[in-house]
Design a protein around this ligand. Structure first.
Ligand code: BMP
Length: 215
């Protein structure tokens, strides 16, 4: 385990495959989302899954039936996990988890977002409520902000040890990988500072080593 997930927000297939192959040994998974999937099509998931497990960051946030239809597509396309929003409520969340279980895949629930405006609606009470809901629904883990490690710590206290925490916001958004892991995250999610670097492989290795030092 490296403790690093690559957020692959490039929009061209060739670039996506090239960077993924370069950093493959230094990341545990590749997170794909709208930028890449709208740019290349969902078939990119199969290609990338040959390199590393793929997390589909579609922040699914709909009624249970629509959520199921989205999740079925995502898992059939070869994704190992999906990221969903939790504010839709327990029935939507439970449907995502149920669908994931049928495919033997995983669900991560966004508990709080990392950008400066991310704690406006995701207040302390709301984030904790979503984290508790994620646990109750049987999600694999939550998404918590690396830009606010103290929030990672608080949310870890809510979910206990059974759920995983993946944290975006390291590098380009100002968060530190070491601080985030120390606060209780299992993986940091890193996009621009890896794929935008002159040497993505060296950058990924640097972050992996920063995390390794903590063990
Ligand atoms: P970057 O390291 O380039 O800032 O990328 C972070 C990635 O994590 C992006 O794909 C972004 O959409 C995602 N993300 C985030 O930054 N904050 C959140 O709260 C939730 C996210 O999914």
């Amino acid at each position: 385990k490296t403790g690093v997930i690559l957020a692959l927000d490039v929009t061209k297939k060739e670039e996506a495959l090239l960077i993924s192959k370069e950093v493959a040994g230094f990341v545990d998974a590749i997170k794909i989302g709208y930028p890449l999937v709208l740019g290349t099509g969902l078939s990119i998931a199969k290609d990338l899954s040959k390199i590393a497990p793929v997390i589909a960051d579609f922040k699914v946030a709909d009624i249970p039936n629509t959520d199921r239809l989205i999740c079925e597509h995502v898992f059939s396309a070869g994704c190992d996990a999906v990221i969903v929003q939790g504010f839709t409520g327990s029935d939507s969340l439970m449907e995502c988890v149920k669908t994931a279980n049928e495919f033997q895949r995983k669900v991560f629930v966004v508990a709080e977002m990392s950008h400066p405006g991310g704690d406006y609606f995701f207040t302390d009470a709301v984030s904790k409520e979503i984290a508790a809901l994620a646990k109750k629904a049987g999600a694999f883990g939550i998404v918590a902000p690396a830009t606010r490690p103290e929030r990672v710590k608080e949310l870890r206290a809510v979910i206990g040890k059974d759920l995983k925490i993946i944290s975006p916001g390291v590098g380009a958004q100002g968060g530190s990988a070491a601080d985030t892991i120390k606060a209780g995250a299992d993986w940091v999610i890193v996009g621009r500072s890896i794929y935008g670097a002159k040497d993505p492989k060296a950058e990924a290795e640097k972050i992996k080593k920063e995390i390794e030092k903590l063990i």
